[in-house]
Write a protein that binds this ligand. Sequence first.
Ligand SMILES: [Zn+2]
Length: 605
Amino acid sequence: MKKYLALICIPLIISCESAEKKTTTNNEDQLKELNAFLDAYNSELQGLYYESAKAQWKLNTRLEEGDTVTNKLATEAEEALAAFMGSEENISKGKSFLEMKDELDPLQIKQLEAILYNAGNNPATVSEIVKERIAAETEQVELLFGFEMKIDDEVVDGNDINAILKDSKDLDERLKAWEASKEVGVTLKDGLYNLQRLRNESVQALGYADYFDYQVSDYGMTKEELMQTCKDMIQVMWPLYRELHTWARYELANKFDQEVPDYIPAHWLTNKWGQEWGAMINVEGVDLDSKLEAKGAEWIIKEGENFYKSLGFEALPESFYTESSLYPAPKDANYKKNSHASAWHLNLDQDVRSLMSVVPNTEWWGTTLHELGHIYYFLSYSNSEVPLVLRGGANRAYHEAMGSLIGLAALQKPFLVDRGLMDPEIELDEMNLLLSEALDFVVLIPWGAGVMTEFEHDLYAKNLPKDQFNQRWWELKKKYQGIVPPTERGEEYCDAASKTHINNDAAQYYDYAMSNILLFQFHNHIAKNILKQDPHATNYFGSKETGEFIKSLMVKGATVDWRKDLEEKLGEGMNANGMAEYFAPLLGHLKTLNEGRSHSLPESL
Ligand SMILES: [Zn+2]
């Protein structure tokens, strides 16, 4: 769902003076030149970004059979955008203006930093390496998505594997499905090794230590600060994760009629990577399908918009409805559309669209409100105070946190009763509901902030040797998740590479873990300080004050220093205490349930 912009920058109107000369000319001239540079950059960025986004949009929403042109146009538009962002001119201007940092205002500095960050991925100064890297990335993605998975020589797809892992009680069948899902890693190992070097070299040209360092710099943090932040959040959630792990070992052993293992065999879990375990249980009562079916898919979207309007947001632009692709393609359609929900900010201004396939059911209800969260975030920072290059989240995790915040609130009982989607008399098993939320939100923390982050840190920052890829991966899986491979996984495999992000969204997975903890910080603040309601049972609908708070988080985009801003808004920095507090009742419950059971994970990490 990460389909909101990657920040970008633009090449300037050339001035006749060199940057060096500028330091001796008068200050006003330099500032004039800087402003001209920034204006030109922002406007060129917008044009190129729009072209690229429109081409991508068509590729994702209306790809007709036999159409070979759209893909080519999309690639060309993307290349034009990348060439602009990484141009030597933007790099040298950006750098030289930053040398006069002391005389610049924070907004100018932020823009210049964003310009250089955007250049970092495609610096024209090492165009051969960049070219090689882009080709290697494209090949990696083609290998990944084109790979034919097989079980007993029968071709299967991702849905088949997911269905087996979700429902099958036959451990042999599960093992085959799990192994089939990892087979692609063998094909991808050489490519990942190659990308390790190419990614590092392309950013080193701009002074970053390595690719991990480059990705982290977007947060205004050092690698060390980021790794510490990840450690801290795992530590705070560890007591609960340890109980969840214990509960899951006994639950699964019972399900499969096996001895209770110390560590969870990976093929016992419902997810290929064990990243979220929510599918392990069903929660009675939160099934809104029949009510939503009676109302229809269009109602869901209108009601989602109504919700935001009730908080004080404007109506969506008319073009949202005319340009978006909101419903499944008809069965007999001569085109394909991507089935994954996403939100788009096409011209970094009012052209906002969503790609969904809404049908009236509970899942799409939550997803629609989540996607509209991204859309309203786009619209909020599209104002004259926020330059184009800074139209993004306060940090990369904020966008997802906003969507998930509203997605969580959209499924709480008082809100659902208020909107006529749930009968007030219905008895919910509150503890089971909390457990199901924890199995997704909490279980992701040691995976996202631990396994994925530390593996990619080692891969890029420590140049992890190729003959240790799989060994390191499973060391981390065991340490952070308490998960072990079902069979020996030697270096002929590369199980990390079976995860899409390792290949095409590299070294930024901690974004998801941060989103999860931010979401609970925001939600607890709204529940306790604004609504004065129990965080487990809120109704945001109609609360203008809640809307004001959410808008205040959104409206400044990436112009703010997110750490200062958070401190001002919440009186604390980013931390997992809010998440721990929200799930505190569950911790007590699980401790009772797990009494007398063995815990295999240590008490602290
Ligand atoms: Zn999202």
